[in-house]
Design a protein around this ligand. Structure first.
Ligand code: WT7
Length: 663
């Protein structure tokens, strides 16, 4: 997204009641952890329970394919559930789930699971996955579910028996799921009949039925009954979750698999500008270690906390900081099913009040939409239980930061913007109140967490000057980093480790200020971040060219007040077709069907040529510059200058047309 505020380097905030560390002191402490990073991380990993200790902290024999804690054995489900259920937290509430439907000023459903309940559930589900489906260690399943408790339960149960999974966000459409199921070669899809979103039913099983025609590896569909809508069940391929669970013997126990530290826990797909989505493969031992560290440092876990991460489990934030992280630490967490503004824009504030949320993890796009509705909806509720807040997903503009800090945070809590990515597995740059906190600055990400060696490089791979924009890199391996891109190690090396040899290239622009704080400015590549979720131009363009009248398409992101960025498309029609509003609507509905609603195009422009390099690559940055009234920059590689005029013309014509239409 475009970031055009001036960095307010000097505006520092001191949250009440916090022992503040000056940046220089933090930098010193940080330096020592980076210098001896292997032993530093081994010290953290030791705090988990291992069936067998590792022989080697880090296997660096085949860079950039690093393996952490080689020789060690552990189980993620055991760590997140058994340890607590077998100990003093047996009757402690692990999960408070709130469904979306609402009546008479109250949610219609709230379900609570103690650690003891979770233990019973994950054992039953693990038993069923093993016995009904014959799933075993090393297998892969797909998960396409709404935000219901069965979702994390299925993930944990899979981890229990050593089955890896790939979760597809329930807002995604048929094409996105098919592509992921085929790449992952999933054997089973776990889904639901449908889900609730803003008072409406989202049909999920119906979409899965379409996927099944094109995903040969998938042999079975397990369906949770959530909304009780009409669906087709094809026997014996499709089975109801509750019917299968009813067959599991009372008190079933499934011994957790002793997983090798470097065994994959899951694959999660990220999108890009070219090629298919990239399956990021996360390990078990390193991943649990980064979660354990960051839960404690960033979220400053206390036994009494009520923790709420508002992210959907379909994204990495929900994997790391909803499904695993908080349970790893034995916390009580809230999970909410539906829309933030259903039935009214105060829903989130009411959840905070009713469940007494003390730690809140949310996103800039959510904050901006709260801000749009105004203070009133926050003020209807008592948010004084909140003591710590963080945001994630995209840069937070200082205005939104200050508004949230003033309203929900009541000018006194710690509030940060944690930087990380699907690839990093866990938070990398953040304020860490649980360990040491430097003064806050509205809009910053803060300093790298302990043990993480981040920097900002110039184009040549040298450290960039303070205050100048450069590329964000991580210079040493860290626990939680990907093992590889699923079935494509060459691409892993190429995308992340070829721009700057020896360093991980994040693909983000960043600035470091004179206190050493990082300010992540947005993507340097062409991933569009819609409401904090990365969409690849490639996937959107491929969906558009599905339309029989379309020859070619280019998609770019343009700034949006609430969502940060939204996609617009430039479309070349096949000869003999005329631009029309109907065609615009058709193209948009293809995108929504195939990729999902989140990808809705803000605008469709018709052109006869596109700016391309001589080698035929679409120059999206040029299109974007035109749309945002910025200079188009270096055009040395441009094939055909006149294409820019076409883009400009299409843009201004549509603007004029829209301004003529009554609103
Ligand atoms: C990209 C990764 C990891 C959580 C969800 C997103 C952007 C993420 C911040 C932040 C500025 C941020 C970056 C990054 N990003 N957090 N606090 N400030 N930018 O995961 O979909 O893999 O996206 O999100 O551009 O590269 P993701």
């Amino acid at each position: 997204m475009s970031v055009n505020w001036v960095l307010p380097f000097d505006e520092k905030l001191y949250p009440e009641g916090c022992k503040i560390v000056e940046p220089e002191a933090y930098v010193k402490m940080h330096e020592s952890t980076v210098k001896d990073y292997k032993n530093f991380w081994a010290g953290i990993a030791k705090e988990l329970s291992w069936y067998r200790p590792w022989k080697e902290i880090l296997d660096e024999s085949n860079p950039p394919f690093y393996k952490w804690f080689v020789g060690g054995e552990l189980n993620a489900c055991y760590l997140c559930v058994d340890r607590h259920a077998k100990g003093s937290r047996k009757d402690k509430v692990a999960l408070i789930w709130e469904g979306e439907p609402y009546a008479n000023g109250m949610p219609k459903e709230v379900r609570k699971f103690t650690y003891g309940d979770l233990y019973t559930e994950v054992n039953k589900v693990a038993y069923m996955l093993r016995n009904t489906y014959g799933l075993k260690r090393g297998d892969m399943i797909g998960i396409y579910m709404p935000m219901i408790p069965e979702l994390p339960i299925v993930m944990l149960a899979a981890s229990r028996i050593g089955v890896a999974f790939t979760v597809v966000f329930s807002g995604f459409g048929e094409e996105s799921i098919t592509e992921r199921m085929n790449d992952a070669e999933a054997k089973l899809i776990v889904t639901a009949d449908g889900g609730w979103r803003a008072g409406k039913i989202i049909q999920l099983k119906k979409i899965v039925d379409e996927v099944l025609e094109k995903a040969a590896s998938v042999k079975g569909v397990l369906v949770v009954k959530r909304v009780d809508c009409e669906i087709d069940m094809v026997q014996p391929r499709d089975r109801w979750y509750h019917e299968e669970l009813a067959k599991v013997p009372e008190g079933a126990y499934v011994e957790p698999e002793r997983m090798k530290s470097e065994d994959p826990i899951y694959v999660l797909y990220t999108s890009g500008t070219t090629g298919k989505p990239k399956g990021q493969v996360h390990d078990t031992g390193g991943y649990m270690t980064i979660l354990h560290a960051t839960m404690n440092w960033v979220f400053d876990v206390n036994e009494e906390d009520i923790y709420w991460c508002t992210a959907d489990i379909g994204w990495v934030t929900g994997h790391s900081y909803l499904a695993y992280g908080p349970l790893l630490e034995g916390m009580t967490e809230v999970m909410y099913e539906g829309s933030p503004s259903y039935p009214e824009p105060d829903r989130w504030a009411s959840i905070i009040e009713r469940h007494k949320v003390s730690v809140l993890y949310t996103s800039p796009t959510a904050i901006r939409s709260w801000m749009k509705f105004g203070d009133e909806f926050v003020n209807r509720h008592d948010t004084s239980s909140v003591r710590l807040m963080h945001s994630v997903g995209e840069p937070i503009n200082p205005e939104a930061f200050k508004w949230f800090y003033r309203t929900v945070g009541r000018n006194r809590v710690v509030f940060g913007s944690t930087w990380w990515m699907t690839e990093t597995g866990g938070i990398m740059i953040s304020h860490i109140p649980g360990k040491a906190i430097v003064p806050m600055k509205p809009g910053t990400n803060g300093l790298p967490i302990l043990g993480i060696d981040a920097d900002v490089f110039d184009e040549n791979g040298n450290p960039q000057k303070i205050g100048d924009r450069g590329y964000l890199v991580i210079k040493q391996p860290w626990p939680g980093m990907p093992l590889t891109i699923y079935k494509n190690p060459g691409r892993y090396k190429e995308v992340y480790f070829s721009k700057f040899l020896g360093s991980y290239y994040a693909g983000d622009y960043a600035v470091k200020d004179r206190d050493g704080y990082f300010w992540i400015l947005g993507r340097a590549d062409e991933v569009i971040k819609v409401a904090g979720h990365g969409l690849g131009t490639y996937e959107l363009e491929s969906a558009i060219v599905n339309h029989s009248d379309v020859a070619e398409a280019a998609v770019v992101g343009v700034p949006d007040d609430i969502k940060g960025e939204v996609p617009v498309a430039f479309v070349i029609l096949k000869v003999g077709n005329e631009p029309s509003d109907e065609l615009r609507r058709d193209i948009n509905s293809i995108v929504r069907d195939k990729i999902g609603h989140i990808a809705s195009l803000k605008e469709v422009y018709f052109v006869t040529r596109l700016p391309k390099t001589r080698s035929g690559k679409i120059m999206r940055r040029v299109i974007k510059a035109v749309l945002t009234d910025k200079p188009v920059g270096n055009l040395a590689t441009l094939e055909d200058e006149a294409s820019i005029d076409e883009v400009k013309k299409a843009y201004s014509e549509l603007r004029q047309e829209l301004s003529r239409k009554p609103t």
